[in-house]
Design a protein around this ligand. Structure first.
Ligand code: FPP
Length: 238
C-alpha cells in the first residue's frame, strides 16, 4: 500500500465523537468509548498491513481530566484492559507501543501496564504505536523547556533539532498526515510542535464509525497534496 515516496510515513489521529455516537443512540457514553476501542484495534491492525511506520493516537488529553470522574474511570479501565489484552497481539505483529504525555497524573496501576508493554515491545519495528495519554502539546513543550533548565544546556546549543529530542516524541519523525473525526476543525493541543508542516484531513464521521476504508481514503487524499514545506515548487520558479 505504501510506496517508497511514503518512507517513514506517520499518521496522527484525533479520535473524536465517541460520546456523540452513543448519545445519538440513547446509549450511555461508555458504549461509545467501547466501540471506539474496537475501531482502534482495527485501525492498528490495518496500519501494519498498509505499511504505515508510525501511528499516533490521541487517546486522552490533559483537558480530558476535567471530565466527570465516572467517565474518566471508564476510559482508564478501557485503556488498561486494551493494553493488557493487546499484549500478545503487539508482540506477534511486531508493534512497538509507546506512550507520550504527562505520566505524573496516571495511576500507578495503569502506568505499570503501560511500562510493561513498552518494555516488552521496545525492539519491535513493524509499526510504532504512539499513544497520546494525559497528553497536551503545550505541556510537552513546557516539560522540554524544564529539562533544558535542569540540564543547564547553554543557549547556543538550543536548536530546533536539540529541542525536538527533549520532547516525548524524541527520535520519531513528525506526522505527515493528521486525521480528525467528528467534524471538529481544530488541533486541540495534539502534537502542537510536531504538526508544524502536517497535512490535515477532517471528516464528519464519528470515531466509532471510522473504518479502514476511510483511512485508505484519507491516505489517497493526502497523496494528492503538494507538500512544499514553505518552499516554492521546483520547476516553476527554480
Ligand atoms: C473522543 O470522544 C474519545 C476520547 C476523549 C477518549 C476515549 C478514547 C478511546 C476509548 C479510544 C481508546 C484508545 C486506545 C489507544 C485503546 P469524545 O468522548 O470526546 O466524544 P464527544 O466529543 O462526542 O463527546
Amino acid at each position: 500500500m505504501m510506496n517508497k515516496k511514503d518512507k517513514n510515513f506517520h499518521i496522527g489521529i484525533i479520535m473524536d465523537g465517541n460520546g456523540r455516537w452513543a448519545e445519538m443512540r440513547g446509549l450511555p457514553r461508555y458504549e461509545g468509548h467501547k466501540r471506539g476501542v474496537e475501531r482502534v484495534k482495527e485501525i492498528v491492525n490495518v496500519s501494519v498491513s498498509y505499511g504505515i511506520d508510525v501511528l499516533s493516537l490521541y487517546a486522552f488529553s490533559l483537558e480530558n481530566w476535567m471530565r466527570p470522574h465516572e467517565e474518566i474511570t471508564v476510559i482508564m479501565k478501557l485503556l488498561e484492559k486494551t493494553i493488557n489484552g493487546e499484549f500478545m497481539n503487539f508482540i506477534k505483529e511486531g508493534i512497538r507501543f509507546k506512550v507520550i504525555g504527562n505520566r505524573e497524573r496516571l495511576s500507578p496501576h495503569i502506568l505499570n501496564a503501560i511500562e510493561s508493554l513498552e518494555r516488552a515491545t521496545e525492539n519491535n519495528n513493524n509499526l510504532i504505536l504512539q499513544c497520546a495519554l494525559s497528553y497536551g502539546g503545550r505541556d510537552e513543550i513546557v516539560r522540554a523547556a524544564r529539562k533544558i533548565a535542569t540540564l543547564k544546556i547553554p543557549s547556543e546549543n538550543i536548536t530546533e533539532e536539540t529541542f525536538s529530542k527533549l520532547l516525548d516524541t524524541a527520535n520519531i519523525a513528525d506526522p505527515d498526515l493528521i486525521i480528525r473525526t467528528s467534524g471538529e476543525l481544530r488541533i486541540s493541543n495534539f502534537l502542537t510542535w510536531q504538526a508544524a508542516y502536517s497535512e490535515f484531513y477532517f471528516t464528519e464521521t464519528l470515531w466509532p464509525d471510522f473504518t479502514k476504508e476511510e483511512l485508505f481514503e484519507a491516505i489517497q487524499n493526502y497523496r494528492t497534496r503538494d507538500r512544499r514545506f514553505g518552499k516554492v515548487k521546483r520547476g516553476i520558479f527554480a
